[in-house]
Design a protein around this ligand. Structure first.
Ligand code: ZN
Length: 94
């Protein structure tokens, strides 16, 4: 794989500044939040270079950083909800 460092940095910067009209369904984000999407499996040269919050894998999935942040926030909420569900199930009810 020919890996152009300058190009990758530029792509990451462009993506961070992107004001895209592309939209993602709220449903789509919720769905991803519920099953914890994975990106960067194993080594990721892009992540090593530009950081995990904007590497190629993240950029491939989210049209803009805003969408990525929304996903992360939803994921956190989902985990909290899951915790409450587990507690409700585990504790005896009277
Ligand atoms: Zn990656």
């Amino acid at each position: 794989m020919i890996y152009d460092i300058q190009k990758e940095l530029k792509h990451a910067e462009d993506w961070e500044l992107s004001q895209t009209d592309e939209t993602m369904d709220v449903e789509e984000i919720a769905e991803m939040a519920s099953r914890a999407i994975s990106y960067c499996e194993g080594s990721c040269p892009s992540r090593d270079l530009v950081g995990e919050h904007r590497c190629y894998c993240v950029r491939a999935r989210f049209p803009s950083p805003e969408h990525y942040e929304l996903y992360q926030a939803s994921r956190e909420e989902f985990k909290k909800m899951l915790g409450i569900m587990i507690i409700n199930t585990a504790l005896p009810t009277k």
